[in-house]
Design a protein around this ligand. Structure first.
Ligand code: G6P
Length: 611
């Protein structure tokens, strides 16, 4: 969380930084700030969105060829002008922006207070900056050396960018645990939390690793470790186009991303699944196929929507490959000293590839001898790099804070892995395997069909938008879909929503049911369908309002419900990729009807790089 941008080179820095910050706003939007160096340091910052800062500083002196910018998701100190980054050091010469948390900041602050420092903000970042300045002063060293010394004492996660009035061409950057990309232009360099701020200028990037320090000048990039030894930068080519990070005529990124799903699922299958030959080619999985087949258990680790994808995959893997699967919240897994045996396979699922809890959980598991496979969307991200193997989801940049297309792409990848392993393990017979391969191949087309329900879903959203609570129910493969539907509604519309296994609702949530409670059933035709229909009856008997996602042609279920949304028929293993689509749209349209900023819901951030 928090977006950082930097630029040094011959161009005007301010427009590049502001545009970059707008693209990184998905990472946090509590406050915005820029620091520019041009015959002295100029800092402009403000609580609120990037556009608000931009309006506020019209007419100010913004001319500079070097600068840094920040969009914040508050951790230490409430969102306010004074807690906004960049922070300026006591001497007024250094400015810093920071993404992460300095855990031992209180101790460092105490030391600095004893030395006479006072602070203008409540942030850990201002403490770190003055700690660096104090070292620079005491050791009579340059900024680079002071940062190196300071970071050896710092506990926590960070990406920091610093500029210094005394060295007006250089940005010093360092990373541990949060992402940092450096774009290499001709006589210029760009820095960002991801590559989006630099896409129109360069396709050549360096992903900085943990414990590395970058000295960035217009025509020079030096990478060093904290021991002051030089490291050769590994330059990679980006394959993201500018259009992928623009709205392309849609009102919101979320809607665009929902509508992209026929294409993104197709992109995910393309080159991997051959439904005629009956093959699934995934080199990052193939390499570990024997270990997966022999694994006593697979542990899926993830957070948020990705965790829901893991839950669906649990059902699929156990059914198709007969391997015991456990699904863990990364944040719980990492702290509870879990039993990990050599040969356990960990599948880490993450859109961003940067979620701090997932990243640390993987590292713990790796250190205990587990094999870690990443199912990740962002190419070159930390989780992708730290995993032994895995498969990218190829959904393209997801910018709406609430995850949509990443979820269906994760399901597509996880289903392919389960099919491949189940078949190679001889659990899955050829007929069923070929049937599922063909079914998976048809999913993009069926998603496109489902999206045609758009207008009727919008009407249902209008009807129920003022409800205070929602209940989402499903069984089997559709139970995690119910959880995901409830999460989407909470995130986007701020309506309280709970997802529950349909049968389990009798053990508690049924007490909530009255004529004001909309209950969303994920009730597509599967092996549990008749049971779910009984649950629908139980809700209707208590006057609850039932909205159901049902399979095309299921007229008898339709007749029991207040509102229905139809999806095409599909094998139950594949059905979640279809049944989740109406729930994404329902949440979206309720959020829009309530006039909320669905792309940037309050308090959330897309990439959670703090614990
Ligand atoms: C945040 C996002 C969610 C996402 C979760 C996990 O909470 O708002 O949409 O599901 O992080 O993120 P990851 O990038 O690891 O999938």
């Amino acid at each position: 969380m928090c977006g950082i941008v930097g630029y040094t080179g011959p161009k005007e820095a301010y427009p590049i930084i502001i545009k970059g910050l707008k693209r990184l706003e998905y990472r946090g939007y509590d406050s915005t700030g820029v620091a520019l160096l041009n015959h002295g340091l100029k800092v402009y910052k403000k609580k609120g969105r990037v556009a608000e800062l931009e309006d506020n500083i019209v007419g100010k002196d913004l001319h500079a060829h070097i600068g840094i910018g920040h969009t914040r998701w508050a951790t230490h100190g409430e969102p306010s002008d004074r807690n906004a980054h960049p922070h300026v050091s006591a001497s007024g010469k250094l400015a810093i922006i920071h993404n992460g948390i300095i855990e031992n900041y209180a101790q460092l602050k105490q030391e600095l207070v004893k030395k006479g420092y006072s602070f203008t903000s409540d942030t850990d970042t201002e403490v770190l900056l003055n700690f660096i300045e104090e070292i620079k002063k005491n050791n009579k060293c340059d900024l680079e050396e002071a940062v190196r010394v300071a970071l050896k004492r710092v506990v926590g996660a960070y990406v920091i960018l610093l500029i210094d009035e005394d060295d007006p061409e250089t940005i010093i950057a360092a990373r541990k645990g949060s992402p940092l990309v450096i774009g290499i232009g001709k006589g210029e360099h760009f820095l960002g939390s991801d590559a989006s701020p630099m896409l129109e200028y360069t396709k050549e990037v360096v992903y900085v690793n943990d414990y590395e320090l970058a000295i960035v000048k217009p025509d020079e990039l030096i990478l060093k470790n904290l021991g002051n030894e030089k490291i050769t930068p590994y330059v990679q080519k980006l394959d993201v186009e500018l259009a992928a990070i623009e709205k392309g005529g849609y009102d919101h990124f979320m809607l665009k991303e929902i509508f992209e799903q026929p294409q993104t699922i197709y992109d995910c299958l393309r080159g991997r699944l051959d439904a005629i030959a009956g093959t699934i080619t995934m080199s990052g999985i193939q390499e570990y196929a024997d270990q997966i087949m022999d694994a006593n258990r697979i542990v899926m680790i993830a957070c948020g929507t990705s965790w829901h994808a893991g839950l669906v995959a649990e059902y699929i893997f156990e059914e198709l490959a007969r391997i015991n699967v456990e699904v863990e919240y990364a944040s719980e897994f990492r702290y509870r000293n879990p039993v990990i045996n050599k040969g356990d396979v960990i599948i880490a699922i993450s859109q961003s590839g940067e979620t701090a809890d997932t990243l640390v959980a993987i590292e713990n598991a790796k250190s205990k001898g587990a094999i870690v496979l990443g199912v990740v969307n962002v190419v070159g991200s930390s989780i992708a790099r730290t995993s032994h193997g895995g498969a990218y989801t190829h959904a393209g940049p997801e910018i709406g804070v609430a995850s949509t297309k990443a979820f269906t792409a994760q399901l597509a990848v996880l289903t392919m892995i389960a099919l491949k392993i189940g078949y190679e393990k001889d659990i899955l017979q050829r007929n069923r395997y070929m049937h599922l391969l063909n079914g998976l191949y048809e999913i993009p087309e069926k998603v496109a069909w489902t999206l045609k329900q758009n207008e009727s879903i919008k009407a249902i959203a209008e009807k129920y938008k003022d409800a205070r609570d929602f209940l989402y129910l499903g069984r089997g493969y559709n139970f995690p879909v119910a959880l995901e539907g409830a999460l989407k509604l909470k995130e986007i519309s701020y309506i309280h929503a709970e997802g529950y296994p349909a049968a389990e609702m009798k053990h508690g949530p049924i007490a909530l049911v009255d004529e004001n409670l909309p209950v969303v059933f994920v009730a597509t035709k599967d092996s549990y369908h008749h049971k779910v229909v009984s649950n629908i009856q139980e809700i209707k008997a208590r006057k609850g309002k039932v909205i159901a996602v049902i399979t095309e042609g299921d007229d008898s279920t339709a007749a029991m419900c207040d509102d229905v949304i139809i999806v095409p028929e599909a094998d139950e293993i594949l059905a979640p990729m279809l049944s989740v689509i109406p729930l994404q749209l329902l949440a979206y349209y309720i959020g829009v009807a309530k006039e909320y900023d669905v792309d940037k819901p309050r308090n959330l951030a897309k990439s959670v790089t703090v614990e």
